[in-house]
Design a protein around this ligand. Structure first.
Ligand SMILES: [Ca+2]
Ligand SMILES: [Ca+2]
Length: 282
């Protein structure tokens, strides 16, 4: 359970990273909600940099998902994430991938749940740490311990695999954040319900910085391809393709636009259940 509260989201000036999808700091106060990925009794398996690291050279997809075609195997879908001949065997504990926005929304509806807004997602990702760069604090790998499934090495030509995973990792492979939530940073990006727009371009009411919502659908189109009018939603959290030399989008302040009709191998979702104040007291 993540209880109602306020927190600063976005990146303050000292933590802003060029070309990394920062947004300006605002305070948010989301509705309380519950997350099914919240920590239960099992212990997380922690990965450390070690001799088992191996070096892999590859030509991977673009970290920011703007070239999803490289990441999306031909005719892949969530049941066949690496193409028609692939299966989900061995992936039961991995996050689902190759889900377009409507796929994620349909699943949430079927399960009696919802997808989070960007503000809810980032509030939860921060785990109660005010102004920290990462979901666990300000040091990327405290005492050499990797806290999320990201990319180590010189992206995109070299993946050192120091965190133990080349692609997705089973949920729970890295420590939970302060709210007991796994993989809020890295592993796979996650859909939110907000239309993408630069935050400083979103018209707000006097109180709009409290629990802000996204921009306008018609303003979420990609201005670099004016002939393609596919609206885009905000995705959050970064993925196993995010590297320190490239985009560092495993920070909670980072955000990216994703066309709603496009699935990739590094984008999934999580559901939330919003509960009333009365229910929290029970
Ligand atoms: Ca990794
Ligand atoms: Ca994630």
């Amino acid at each position: 359970m993540v209880t109602r509260g306020t927190a600063q989201v976005g990146a303050p000036a000292r933590l802003r990273v060029r070309h990394s999808g920062n947004h300006d700091p605002v305070r948010v106060g989301p509705d309380p909600f519950a997350d099914p990925w919240r920590r239960r009794s099992r212990q997380s398996r922690v990965h450390r940099g070690s001799a088992r690291s191996r070096r892999v050279s590859a030509r991977p997809p673009d970290c920011d998902g703007t070239d999803g075609r490289k990441c999306a195997h031909r005719r892949a879908d969530w049941r066949h994430p690496a193409g028609p001949d692939s299966t989900l065997k061995g992936l039961a504990k991995h996050p689902v991938v190759h889900v377009a926005y409507q796929d994620a929304k349909a699943y949430a509806n079927w399960a009696g749940k919802e997808l989070p807004t960007e503000a809810e997602w980032e509030f939860a990702a921060r785990g109660g740490l005010e102004g920290a760069e990462f979901t666990w604090g300000d040091e990327f790998a405290p005492d050499g311990e990797f806290m999320a499934n990201t990319w180590q090495g010189d992206f995109p030509s070299e993946n050192l695999l120091e965190d133990g995973f080349e692609g997705t990792a089973p949920v729970g492979s890295f420590p939970a954040n302060g709210y007991g939530l796994y993989d809020m940073a890295g592993n796979v990006w996650e859909w939110t319900t907000d239309w993408y727009q630069q935050h400083n371009e979103i018209t707000r009411s006097c109180c709009g910085s409290l629990n802000p919502r996204g921009g306008d659908r018609e303003k979420s189109f990609d201005p670099s391809v004016p002939d393609v009018l596919i609206p885009r939603k905000v995705m959050k959290g970064g993925s196993f393709l995010c590297a320190p030399n490239y985009c560092r989008r495993y920070r909670p302040a980072a955000r990216m636009a994703q066309p709603i009709d496009t699935s990739t191998c590094h984008l999934g979702f999580r559901c939330v259940v919003r509960v009333s104040d009365e229910a929290q007291k029970d």
